[in-house]
Design a protein. Structure first.
Lengths: 293, 426, 278
């Protein structure tokens, strides 16, 4: 395609420029600006902001809410990621077979994905309502007493995790389904011929072949576990006593409720660092174990 | 053909010139205002209706009233608009945002806007307890518009079933605990009392503290009293209702579903905003009553709701127009209509003297409970760094109710946080 | 030919178990949405009690529409999503074309920088991006909601992959016919990438239809607010929730996308199955 050596560089960059402008403006520049802003104090009209170096970071390390939020996010990630991926693979396997009512199954699994999280939260708010909510009503049928799922610091994070798994699994399922349908059917025949059990076939053949999809899904899942805070606006606002508070929501609170954009920037730097580390970890560790075709 | 085009062009130009002249002559003052809706119902329509009436009476003022969400949203939007170059001139915002707004140098004191002696008197025409949150440093910064207090809703049928007199709701803490015990059913199908501890827990707690004779902050907005003995007692009482007397579910009680719980008969008594009055009245399929909150050392409730603020970035004409609008919307007639349609209180004694509201109260006496309670009311929790200072208390309340800390520990921690945050404002 | 012989009986029992498990999960999965339907079409009293013969009503929808301008919100969302789709298609196509077919200096580093956006999405940098928008004067505009997303790393990534796997012979053939750079793009790469465009388009539409945090922060007024933000501020009043009305509002917000999904379901799945020349 190269008309001339020189021109291909020029054309390449020209084609990239429109996208590059937007990416720099809304991704790269803000990242740098955030780090910069975290070095200043909160400014108001009456007391302007001044350079304070790493003081914000010191304050952050002393802030118990910061630590709580960080721990919550890690639990949230641990709770949602393996479970939703595992469930997604299972769903994809189920839907891939010629089970009766297959299109309905596919529809049912995927529907949560097209609902906005805010709508999901509204619905699940009812499910989790103590006594009058659906879960407590069902439990009541079996003789269990109701529980304040969202109001109990011990159960609130778990409740939110379950809701998130419900939302995410179907989305990941689609990618696995696509990958499964690209597997050559000869593989399965060969496995059957060799007398391999279905579990063996899955573990040694299918799952490794799904690794590229898993990597892709994993990136999404990790990102979502930090990005998904919509439901907090409706369900708990981070309570009770920060038991369900997550990092991005805390950033939002600081920036838009307390007008402390510098502290919010400090927290964002932490968030960015964590995302960067996870991205690197995924690419290096998993990249080695992927079979590309 | 050419002549047709020419005549059309001339006509167009003439029309444009004429248009410019006439519009210059009718130079209307344009006002943009943000307002929150914090109670359910088609309130945006009510507001639109009032604004439309105002514009009819004042053809030289054009008002653009924008619904902004809840109190938090309204403040964020209004302040964001200020810095984005398309400012609003006035807004309804949380009464307790006052210190934040002053610190951002966003608002102007009404004392600096009123010119006539009559207007100065108008500043004093509202209920004093409603003015508490709007005044600091000797100046008035906010004028009451959609105000409320906490009231006690109770299920009269449940009272009768439990052998209690439905016309004598509990008037003291002891009576409250005793009645609630009788109203709590052993099978868990009905609790005696529910006080919500999510959403605005500090607001509910302000009532309990006041009933124990303790305010939560000072008038200058730079000091809190979270760990005063009376405050700790109040939190202990709240906790005991669930933990010791077992009349309330333990853990936190969800604000958003409380009204539903009450209407479903899950609780016989609920503490909630008067803003719920109209909805409860419409939806209750049982006989219900509304009473003032019970006393311990005295009766008490915080006020709540939103005030009108005028922004600093306004011209003299805009301020005059804004004053007209605010005076209209808080006038006795309009305030009465607003109160009837929403359940918020009338903001001045004059409002309750209008025929409209007098008739309404005669037909539905509970509408006056909030007003009568004003005598015992106190300002809502409001300080500098108000968001964080409030959150410290919210977290402490929730920690105590969920048994993560004792009331004393939790409040001591909260007071420490508040003191640290307010240090710079001493 | 040797036939693998798993004992037929064991096989079909496992099958039955699988079918049962699949259906059980499916019922669980659809129940929240089913509940929303139930509550929206019945009066508030029945939202909590499941009386099968309770009367249906459209009143909740009427009230929801009364209380907030959901139709306008829907229109805003539609405009937003369309604008985004067009912007993304154009920008991502150009960028992907550059990465796939032009080996220009620094392209690897540039691609790496592009991929950063896969992880660091505009919401993460919400504070700074809001400031940028304020400076650009785009606060409270639909453009303001969409602009940070128009250059989508995901889109560039997908399209680059698809373009890369297009056989060079087709390109040669087009060049022989006298097509220039854009001609080749238009005649060869874009048509062959159609399944990718479809798949990406559907993902983008559903993602941005449902986006909440950034639009919440950037919009103030009814004229720009999308459905999610409208639903978010609708369901959180000081006096508490009315399940039926909130469910009605939820359904109103979700309906367009849900219906589109039901119609496109097959296309979506099929686009994965028939993904062109490998």
């Amino acid at each position: 395609m190269q008309s001339s050596n020189m021109m291909r560089h020029v054309y390449g960059w020209l084609l990239l420029t429109p996208a590059a402008i937007l990416l720099i403006t809304f991704t790269h520049y803000p990242t740098v600006a955030t780090v910069y802003e975290s070095l200043f104090s909160k400014g108001t009209s009456t007391r302007p902001s001044r350079f304070i170096g790493i003081e914000n970071y010191e304050l952050m390390l002393e802030d118990p809410i910061f630590w709580k939020v960080l721990v919550n996010n890690l639990w949230f990630a641990l709770g949602t990621i393996p479970a939703s991926i595992g469930l997604a693979i299972a769903m994809a396997l189920l839907v891939n077979k010629a089970l009766p009512g297959r299109s309905f199954l596919r529809l049912a699994y995927f529907t949560p994905t097209i609902l906005p999280m805010i709508a999901v939260a509204n619905i699940w708010l009812f499910f989790y309502s103590p006594d009058i909510g659906l879960i407590d009503q069902v439990l009541g049928l079996f003789g269990f007493s109701g529980h304040n799922w969202l109001g109990d610091p011990d159960t609130v994070l778990g409740a939110i995790i379950i809701m998130t798994i419900w939302k995410e699994a179907g989305f990941f399922m689609i990618f696995y389904l696509a990958a499964l349908q690209h597997l050559p059917p000869e593989l399965e025949e060969a496995a059957k011929l060799e007398g391999a059990s279905r579990w063996y076939y899955f573990r040694r053949v299918v799952f490794p072949l799904l690794m590229p999809t898993t990597l892709f899904v994993l990136i999404n899942a990790v990102l979502n576990s930090f990005k998904l805070v919509d439901h907090l606006f409706v369900l708990t606002k981070g309570g009770p006593d920060n038991a369900s508070n997550l990092l991005l929501y805390y950033i939002y609170e600081n920036a838009f409720s307390y007008f402390d954009t510098s502290y919010a920037a400090t927290l964002t730097v932490v968030l960015l660092t964590m995302l960067a580390l996870m991205a690197l970890a995924q690419f290096f560790i998993l990249d080695k174990r992927i079979h590309y075709r | 053909m050419f002549t047709i085009i020419k005549t059309r062009m001339v006509r167009l130009i003439l029309a444009a010139c004429f248009g410019v002249f006439t519009s210059a002559a009718q130079a209307a003052t344009e006002l943009t205002m943000y307002y929150p809706v914090a109670v359910g119902g088609p309130l945006t329509q009510v507001v639109d209706g009032i604004i439309a009436d105002f514009m009819k009476e004042n053809p030289d003022i054009k008002v653009n009233a924008i619904y902004a969400g809840n109190y938090n949203d309204a403040r964020i939007k209004a302040l964001a608009a200020l810095s984005s170059g398309e400012p609003a001139q006035l807004s309804v915002m949380f009464s307790i945002d006052i210190y934040e707004l002053i610190e951002q140098d966003a608002i102007v004191a009404f004392d600096d806007v009123v010119t006539t002696a009559e207007d100065r008197k108008w500043l004093d025409s509202f209920y004093p307890s409603l003015m508490e949150n709007g005044r600091t440093g000797g100046k008035t910064w906010g004028i009451p518009f959609q105000r409320s207090t906490i009231v006690m809703y109770y299920n009269k049928d449940a009272f009768r079933a439990a052998g209690l007199d439905p016309e004598k709701p509990p008037a003291t803490w002891d009576e409250l605990a005793a009645s609630a015990k009788k109203l709590t059913k052993a099978d868990g199908s009905q609790w005696g009392l529910m006080i919500p501890s999510t959403g605005y827990p500090y607001w509910m707690f302000g009532a309990l503290a006041m009933q124990n004779g303790q305010v939560l902050m000072n008038g200058a907005g730079n000091e809190t009293y979270y760990d005063a003995p009376a405050t700790v007692e109040a939190l202990q009482f709240w906790k005991d209702l669930g933990a010791k007397h077992k009349v309330m579910p333990q853990g936190t009680i969800e604000w958003g579903t409380l009204r539903q719980n009450f209407l479903e008969g899950k609780t016989a008594i609920m503490w909630h905003s008067t803003g719920n009055l109209t909805t409860v009245k419409k939806s209750a399929n049982f006989d219900f009553g509304v009473a003032m909150l019970p006393a311990n050392k005295r009766r008490g409730t915080p006020t709540g709701g939103g005030n009108f603020y005028i922004f600093k970035q306004t011209s003299a004409e805009e301020r005059t127009a804004a004053m007209k609008l605010i005076k209209y919307m808080t006038s006795p007639e309009v305030s009465a209509e607003w109160s009837i349609k929403t359940g918020y209180m009338g903001v001045s004694p004059a409002a309750y003297q209008t025929a409209k509201l007098q008739d309404y109260v005669k037909g539905f006496p509970y509408a006056a409970v909030a007003r009568d309670q004003l005598e015992y009311a106190t300002a809502e929790l409001s300080t500098y760094e108000t968001g964080r200072v409030r959150k410290a208390l919210d977290d402490a309340i929730q920690a105590a109710l969920t048994d993560a800390k004792t009331p004393a520990e939790a409040l001591k921690e909260a007071q420490g946080t508040a003191r640290r945050l307010l240090r710079a404002y001493q | 030919m040797i036939q693998a012989q798993n004992t037929p009986r064991k096989r079909s029992f496992a099958d039955v178990l699988e079918t049962f498990a699949a259906w059980f999960i499916a019922i669980l999965w659809i129940s929240p949405l089913a509940y929303a339907f139930w509550a929206a079409f019945h009066a508030s009293e029945y939202a909590i009690h499941f009386d099968l013969f309770a009367p249906l009503t459209l009143d909740n929808f009427r009230q929801a529409l009364d209380q907030a301008p959901f139709l306008r919100y829907g229109f805003n969302t539609f405009v937003l999503v369309s604008m985004l789709l067009v912007g993304q298609f154009v920008l991502c196509t150009l960028a992907a074309y550059a990465f796939a077919r032009f080996e220009f200096a620094g392209s690897n580093i540039a691609f790496g920088l592009v991929l950063v956006q896969l992880m660091i999405t505009p919401e993460i940098l919400i504070v700074e991006n809001y400031g940028t928008m304020a400076n650009l004067g785009l606060v409270d505009t639909i453009t303001g909601i969409g602009l940070p997303y128009m250059a989508s790393a995901f889109g560039i990534f997908l399209l680059r992959q698809t373009f890369k796997s297009t056989p060079k012979e087709l390109e040669e053939a087009a060049r022989l016919e006298g097509c220039g750079m854009f001609g080749i793009l238009w005649r060869v790469y874009i048509p062959l990438a159609r399944p990718t465009y479809l798949a990406y388009g559907l993902v983008s539409i559903s993602h941005h239809w449902n986006n909440f945090l950034w639009p919440l922060v950037i919009t103030n007024s009814v004229e720009t607010r999308p459905l999610t933000v409208g639903l978010g501020i609708f369901g959180a009043p000081e006096s508490g929730v009315d399940w039926s009305i909130v469910s009605a509002a939820t359904l109103l917000s979700v309906a367009p996308l849900l219906i589109a999904f039901l119609l496109f379901q097959r296309q979506f799945i099929q686009s994965f199955m028939h993904s062109g020349i490998k």
